[in-house]
Design a protein around this ligand. Structure first.
Ligand SMILES: Nc1ncnc2c1ncn2[C@@H]1O[C@H](COP(=O)(O)OP(=O)(O)OP(=O)(O)O)[C@@H](O)[C@H]1O
Length: 389
């Protein structure tokens, strides 16, 4: 062993009073060390005694007299392995690894070493043996080696190169089904285009509020293109209303007064179909003290700060897993961010969001809470669906 390394190890042991040693190693690898009471003693003693006996004793018999710490850093044991499995060129710098690991052991703040030098399995075994002898855990993730002071999991998403590019693979049968449904839809659309135009014209000539109603209670066999047009019109109206409402809440109260009907019809536009319902929403309008409080509360949640990042991630990926501390707004805020973003992009009426809860009572509470935050009675844009298994 290099004298510099020994000195470092001895100093590390003295400094920290004990070297990091995982419990499983402590139990299985501690050998009697006579009168030595501290790891530092063991290291120092071994440094001296090993020099005296190195040339005379065979490796295995010497090892019997090594203390735990000494055994960890014994060159002999490493040399033994090394002789049986000569190093490939990439681990020829094993001393560098020893040095890195000993530095990690001395360092209270760092927890692990990550090496991205592409290594094969045998390189890993050598480094892993060394790390384990020095009291660390070691794991290979693809071609990345991690030596850590704490136990390592089988999978590390942060070291998975493929993770960001990973696609959700749709089974072939499902792809075919989607294709055939799409084809069916296109065929039907072209066949009925004349009829669709006629119905569409009729709908457009009636009251827009009635349009919504007719869409809500639409004949399921009503041509899809008509439905599409109705939804598009409703989406545009939603967007105008949301924009007007956003502009309104940035003004002072006097001006808000004039905007009330618009705001109410924003909610109305989901389903109410009648501006007259606005009266029932007065208590929870954003411009009311209660509504203001609600808005301020929503903005104070940790999820609000991440809103843009979350929406970008959702827009760019098929599947997004979001984790956050309890109460940060995952359940009540994220669906609203998505709805608001869809309304803004003119797709509000096409947007369906389903939130699941394991229990009926929590589903009810969440639905009530979200509808209250939106200033609506339950059953408008936010509803509740109970599915029993
Ligand atoms: N019914 C309610 N009444 C009052 N405040 C509520 C209600 N539901 C949620 N909140 C508040 O809204 C905030 C966001 O709650 P939300 O349920 O969205 O958090 P979450 O991140 O989903 O939490 P969890 O991980 O526990 O499900 C919380 O701080 C909570 O206090």
């Amino acid at each position: 062993m290099h004298s510099r390394l020994k000195a470092l190890l001895a100093r590390a042991a003295i400094k920290s009073a004990s070297l990091y040693s995982p419990s499983h190693l402590r139990n299985s690898r501690v050998v009697p060390i006579g009168d030595y009471t501290t790891v530092a003693n063991v290291v120092e003693n071994n440094v001296c005694s090993k020099h005296q006996s190195l040339s005379r004793q065979p490796v295995l018999s010497r090892r019997r007299f090594c203390g735990y710490a000494a055994e960890q850093f014994s060159d002999d044991e490493y040399e033994c392995d090394y002789e049986n499995h000569p190093p490939s060129s990439s681990v020829a710098n094993i001393d560098e690894w020893k040095w890195k690991i000993s530095m990690l052991l001395q360092n209270d703040t760092d927890q692990e070493i990550i090496s991205r030098d592409k290594r094969d399995k045998r390189d890993f075994e050598q480094i892993s043996n060394l790390a384990k002898r020095m009291g660390l855990y070691c794991q290979l993730y693809g071609k990345v080696i991690v030596a850590s002071k704490v136990p390592l999991p089988n999978y590390r998403p942060d070291l998975d190169d493929k993770r960001p590019q990973r696609e959700v693979v749709i089974p072939l049968s499902l792809q075919r089904r989607v294709e055939s449904l799409l084809q069916e839809h296109l065929d039907r659309t072209s066949l009925n285009s004349k009829k669709a135009c006629q119905i569409s014209n009729e709908i457009e000539s009636t009251n827009p509020v009635e349009n919504v109603d007719s869409a809500e209670h639409a004949d399921p066999f009503l041509d899809a293109s008509v439905m599409e047009k109705v939804l598009q019109r409703r989406s545009l109206r939603l967007r105008n209303m949301q924009r007007t409402w956003q502009a309104c809440i940035s003004f002072e109260c006097d001006e808000l007064y004039y905007c009330e009907p618009t705001y109410c019809s924003f909610f109305d536009s989901h389903q109410l179909g009648d501006v007259g319902h606005a009266d029932s929403l007065v208590a929870s309008k954003p411009e009311s003290p209660e509504g203001r409080r609600m808005l301020d509360f929503r903005k104070s949640l940790p999820a609000f700060k991440e809103k843009e990042r979350l929406l970008q991630a959702i827009a760019r990926n098929q599947v997004v897993v979001i984790s956050g501390e309890t109460g940060c707004g995952k359940t009540t805020q994220l669906p609203q961010y998505i709805l608001e973003a869809n309304i803004e992009s003119g797709r509000g009426a096409f947007c369906n969001i389903i939130c699941t809860q394991p229990r009926r009572i929590s589903a009810m509470t969440v639905a009530e809470r979200v509808s209250a935050e939106r200033g609506e009675p339950l059953g408008e844009s936010v509803g509740l669906l109970s599915v029993s298994s």
